[in-house]
Design a protein around this ligand. Structure first.
Ligand code: COI
Length: 365
């Protein structure tokens, strides 16, 4: 099979420079979209074909399109960063390509080869280059958030893997994921819902996992919290993850802990990168079963001094308080932990080219 390319079919920009500049000054998260999007199609007879860049805009679908009924869909989240010299880079994109392939296998979707994934991202960002926020600009640590996704586009109501699949990449200038910025989060521990079950799709990045988190998020909001923490579905005791982020704890005696990848937790690229950076700082890295009751007791006793959420969108965001139907627990002094912020700076300094990229994590776009 020959490699895909994504030529620009229509070079006219959708949005004026004035409007774009206004968006880039205060991008928020996930609200504004660029001029173009990448597209390719897979069919059972022809494999992947038809790579193109087209104007960002509505997709026309039959009401009988399989994804609308059976949720055969997967996605990725990654970012393009502008460095001080104007160049544009992305972070560990091959990890996203590989995770999309793992998600595809779990959802019975076709795997997109890594080189085609990288080409789609590279060529979209080249066309949408004016949308990559300026380093250290008015919006602070802003980036161009990239959302590759793939879904069953066949018009068919039988329950089986689709024989036609569409792949797109859209892009959205992004500031902080949380509306309050990098302020400590209040996290609600739900005992009403689980995000994913054993043998299910928890490790895949599929829309269904996020749909199943929504009632938990609503419950969190009703209790004055920013995020929801899910426990494992079997015993309802061990920490899995938040609605769309992994979770970490730092201890007084220099450990960094995060839940083991059990198959119901997403293998975060930020999670993996932080484990490396933390080990380099001399922290003892522990991937373990984290029982929520023990964690809260260790928070209360001061043994756990800091906790944080992490993901591509959330970067690293401190957790200041946990709430549950049983009570409330303040982490440390409820503020942003020193080590949490230091890890955040270390990661973002690499991403924005302010620190040496010692692991070769950056790819120039
Ligand atoms: C990301 O961090 O990129 C995600 O896909 C999670 C979502 C909550 C935005």
């Amino acid at each position: 099979m020959t490699a895909l390319t994504f030529p620009l079919a229509d070079a006219a920009r959708r949005i004026s420079q004035e409007e774009r500049d206004a968006v880039l000054a205060a991008p928020g998260f996930g609200q504004h979209f660029t001029d173009f999007m990448a597209h390719a199609r897979w069919s059972i007879d022809g494999g992947w074909h038809g790579g193109e860049l087209i104007p960002f805009g509505p997709i026309s679908l039959s009401p009988a399109t399989a994804v609308l009924h059976y949720a055969q869909e997967i996605f990725e989240g990654m970012k393009a960063f502008r460095h001080a010299d104007g160049s544009v880079w992305t972070f560990r994109p091959e990890k996203n390509a590989e995770r999309l392939q793992r998600s595809a296998r779990r959802l019975a979707l076709p795997e997109l080869p890594t080189e085609d994934f990288l080409a789609s991202v590279r060529e979209l960002v080249a066309a949408d280059e004016p949308w990559v926020p300026t380093a250290g600009g008015e919006a602070g640590e802003a980036s161009l958030y990239l959302r590759p996704f793939m879904f069953a586009s066949e018009e068919f109501l039988g329950v089986r893997a689709a024989q036609q699949v569409d792949y797109y990449v859209i892009a959205s200038p992004a500031g902080n994921y949380f509306p309050r910025g990098v302020q400590p989060l209040v996290v609600w521990i739900t005992d009403a819902f689980a995000r994913a079950g054993a043998g299910g799709t928890g490790a895949a990045k599929c829309g269904g996992n996020y749909a199943s988190s929504l009632l938990g998020k609503r419950e969190a909001a009703q209790n004055g919290a920013d995020e929801v923490l899910f426990l494992d579905s079997e015993t309802h005791t061990a920490i899995d993850e938040l609605s769309g982020m992994n979770v970490f704890a730092l201890t007084r005696d220099g450990r960094i802990e995060t839940p083991t990848l059990t198959g119901s937790i997403l293998e975060g690229v930020t999670r993996d990168s932080l484990l490396r950076l933390a080990a380099d700082r001399g922290l003892e890295v522990v991937e373990t079963r984290m029982v929520a009751e023990d964690v809260l007791a260790r928070v209360a006793s001061g043994e756990i001094t800091e906790m944080f959420a992490c993901g591509t969108a959330a970067v690293i965001t401190p957790i200041g308080e946990f709430r549950s139907p049983q009570g409330a627990w303040t982490v440390g002094d409820g503020g942003s932990g020193e080590l949490t912020l230091a890890l955040r700076s270390e990661l973002t300094d690499i991403q924005y080219g302010r620190a040496e990229d010692r692991y070769g994590w950056l790819t120039r776009l």
